[in-house]
Design a protein around this ligand. Sequence first.
Ligand code: PLP
Length: 514
Amino acid sequence: MNEQTITTAPTPATFTGNRALDIEEALIFETGRPEVTGVDLEEPAALTPRLGGLERKAPIGLPGLTEPEAVRHYVRLSHKNYGIDSGMFPLGSCTMKHNPRLNEKMARLAGFGDIHPLQPLSMVQGALALIAELARWLRELTGMPAIAMTPKAGAHGELAGMMAIKAALAARGDKRSVVLVPESAHGTNPATAALLGYRVEPVPARGDGTVDPAEVEKHLNSDVAAIMLTNPNTCGLFERDIVAIGDAVHRAGALFYADGANFNATVGKVRPGDLGVDAMHINLHKTFSTPHGGGGPGAGPVALSAALAPFVPVPFVLADAEGVRLVEHAAGVGAYAKPFGRLSAFHGQFGTFVRALSYMLSHGSDGMRQASEDAVLNANYVRAGLRDLLSQPFGDRACMHEVLFDDRWLDGTGITTLDVAKALIDEGYHPMTVYFPLVAHGAMLIEPTESESKASLDLFIATLRDLAFAAKAGEKARFLDAPRLAPRRRLDETRAARTPVLRWRKPPPAQAAE
Ligand SMILES: *Cc1c(COP(=O)(O)O)cnc(C)c1O
């Protein structure tokens, strides 16, 4: 390795603080001069205030930038965003995959992009038909009879599914207070159950990283409302005993919630309905593309079994002999007559629906199956390229769409999982998911997705191999000082989480004068 690349010397200072074309960007409120903003209007003649004492007493405090300054500010900020369009984004559990541009083009068609949720239904029949058609595809892919389309993210879909479960139990007069959640679960699973007032009981994984039906049996009793299980699980392993687990759960009178965030690994191969699932959310923004991250946009439709279908929240789209309509009040709508309520205003995340249907129609059912197969192949290609240097917590066995490593390979190096992630930033990669799932010590969870080429996987594997050799050779500086080349180095993440500064305040004058 080139000696120069491991120097720990700070980057040379520049007069501007900029690093070549990487421009240091202040907060918008820290720059500018108020007098350059706005329009010069003449002072009005005597005005009678009509706001009843609600008039503004101080200047509004808008940042004072000229138009080119404002444009540059936001364009520069956009350059600081690392996204799937800038490079590989191997973030496990998140399915950060290429979003085909065709989907964007479809979402921007005026008939889809320019409509308003309050338009009369007669004017948006096409949009409603699109929602109904997407729901039809989702029913087909999941093998489940009903889909609630309105949830706006995976976590929101979990909430919807668990509210349907709670409503179904209440409808049969069954008061149950416990939800079982395997230890490898995503944090949103126990959070959802807790939000609905359930006590969360963790189910430990067995030695191979999967859930043992015998262990589930031990936790089942008449107080258990549901189990929340992810398949493939967050260790990237298929829960082989999922049918036995579902059967045991049903025998105990409980319901089976499946977290469908990892559906990308099984679309077109397995129908969750055939596995005995009662409710499963689908992250449209993961499995069926849509640029996501940074808080949205997303969509988390939830598929429901026949037992839960009557509790689908309003509003929902119904396509029948009368055409396509939006049902706001379910009384009299046959099979769907007992909605648990309304989860969100309007119809859900429409732009994401358009992208998902465009993805489905352009892939076709055979293309979607191939995408899952390629996602699994790519993860195993990464696994095969790294298995001799990195350690796998549950042995050297085939994985599904993501491959999990732990930190035993770093034993004795003085380097941690976090350091490896930071070193990857210097190499131009968004790090993999780290320290999740909790069942693996110092977890590194890599999900390449089907959309990476062999060349891009080869470079990623070579980079990680280079880092692994460096770690084992004792080149600690490359890790402990990383990221050395990013605009910001290591942040105090604990302090940022514990005492977040959410609002910019003008510094007091003394400080400002410094
Ligand atoms: C992403 C994810 C979720 C939550 O989905 P959001 O759309 O981010 O709310 C839940 N479970 C798993 C396993 C996930 O990967």
